[in-house]
Design a protein around this ligand. Structure first.
Ligand code: AMP
Ligand code: MG
Length: 414
């Protein structure tokens, strides 16, 4: 690849250009038990106060807090028990001075009462109860609307649905919910040397790792992978595979390989003929070569072929694009500050993403330690397997001795 022809972009510039091609996909309605890991396409409001009525947080006695003044185990206050109330029932009997209603957790606070004394702090005496502690007004009482007031926002559009969101949807009376349609992501490996898992490894061949790691990455961010197989390094095969992707209504093409010096000509030729394409170099390591464009109106990200480069380029460019299609604007992975345990040698001024394992080693103070997980070559998948994140070494850091504080982008955090 001749340098003058293709601009060298920063990671941020490249991502901005990529993201400008994407928009949020349409919404679809699903039953809430099918909504896990999907993304909310609507704001959800509380239809009633949550909880709907003030209720007891404990099994005990509903009382007037004033009646418990001065009560202790040694000098209990005796109240008359006038009713018994289970969860799911209401009573019109009023608690007045000198009386108490036996109440179960979740039962509505009876009229008049303003506190609950736990069973553990009482002694039953026939129709009376001895109160052995003082309680404050509202003690052991859950107020109506203390979780959410009727009409207030319960869940925000663009949130990923986890089990707690499913519980909240049920709480606010929703059987179904609007979520964004998951993007269909075509995945196409390239290379005459690349063969699929079930094909015997002939001389000079390697197995197709990228289609599978990229497909799994797509699944993890909530897309649907559409595997298009392995294109030979020939225009005709590549064209035919891309067309089959277009016929399957994909929202994004991901290719791997064929974008570095030497063998990208076929890819370039095909992509230029079928759509439009630019090749960039991104100031990052691994993953410098990168192709981007569109084919038949579908954006295409041309990831590098080396297995680690393909995965990290996916993390940096494809994942944000997929999240944007899902309606999530918070696409950055969380980073943690950690102390690099070893010195790192670097040769150029690209941003380096080092595979590390972040650990605490039982240290409560001093925070996280980041260990390199082994060889950092862009084809070394095993150091990716051992890593839980990548340490980001900025472009301008010339010297990175052991003990350097680094930011680590955590792969497994959302
Ligand atoms: P390329 O950019 O096509 O020259 O590929 C760079 C390196 O990645 C070469 O060593 C390829 O053999 C390797 N490679 C390309 N595609 C894959 C793939 N799908 N799975 C594993 N390795 C690959
Ligand atoms: Mg190749």
């Amino acid at each position: 690849m001749r340098k003058g022809l293709y601009p060298m972009l920063s990671v941020e510039d490249a991502l901005e250009r990529v993201l400008s091609y994407f928009h949020t996909l349409e919404a679809e309605r699903v039953p809430i038990l099918e909504s896990l890991r999907r993304v909310l396409a609507e704001d959800v409001y509380a239809d009633v106060d949550i909880p709907p009525h003030s209720n007891s947080a404990m099994d005990g006695y509903a009382v007037l807090a004033a009646d418990t003044r001065g009560a202790s185990a040694a000098r209990p206050k005796r109240l008359q028990m006038i009713a018994d109330l289970a969860a799911g029932y209401v009573t019109e009997t009023e608690v007045t001075a000198g009386t108490a209603i036996r109440i179960m957790t979740g039962a509505p606070i009876p009229p008049g009462a303003d506190a609950v004394v736990r069973f553990e702090d009482t002694e039953r005496e026939g129709d009376s109860v001895d109160i052995q502690v003082e309680v404050l007004v509202r003690e052991n009482v859950r107020l109506a609307g203390e979780d959410l007031r009727k009409g207030t926002l319960a869940l925000r559009r663009g949130s990923r649905i986890r089990p707690q969101e499913v519980g909240m949807l049920a709480t606010v009376g929703r059987k179904e919910v609007l979520v964004t349609r998951p993007p269909r992501v075509a995945i196409l490996a390239t290379g005459d040397e690349v063969v699929d898992i079930d094909v015997p490894l002939g001389p000079g061949k390697i197995r197709n790792a990228n289609s599978y790691s990229n497909a799994a990455q797509v699944q993890r961010c909530g897309g649907i992978p559409v595997l298009l197989g392995i294109a030979r390094d020939q225009a005709q095969d590549l064209t035919q595979k891309i067309r089959s992707g277009l016929e399957q209504n994909v929202d994004l093409f991901l290719t791997s390989g064929g974008v570095s010096v030497g063998d990208f000509d076929v890819v370039k030729e095909v992509l230029a003929a079928e759509g439009d394409m630019t090749f960039w170099r991104v100031r990052m390591k691994p993953g410098k070569p990168f192709a981007f464009g569109q084919i038949g109106g579908v954006p295409l990200l041309g990831l590098p072929g080396n297995p680690v480069s393909a995965m990290i380029s996916f993390e940096l460019f494809a994942r944000p694009a997929i999240l944007k299609m899902l309606g999530i604007d918070k696409w950055r992975r969380p980073t943690v500050g950690a102390t690099l345990v070893e010195e790192v040698k670097r040769k150029d001024e690209r941003r380096h993403y080092l595979r590390v394992r972040v650990e605490t080693e039982g240290r409560l103070e001093g925070g996280y330690l980041a260990y390199l997980t082994g060889e950092q070559g862009s084809g070394i998948l095993s150091s990716m397997v051992h890593a839980n994140g990548v340490a980001i070494i900025p472009e301008d850091a010339s010297h990175v001795p052991a003990g350097t504080r680094v930011q680590v982008m955590m792969f497994d955090w959302e």
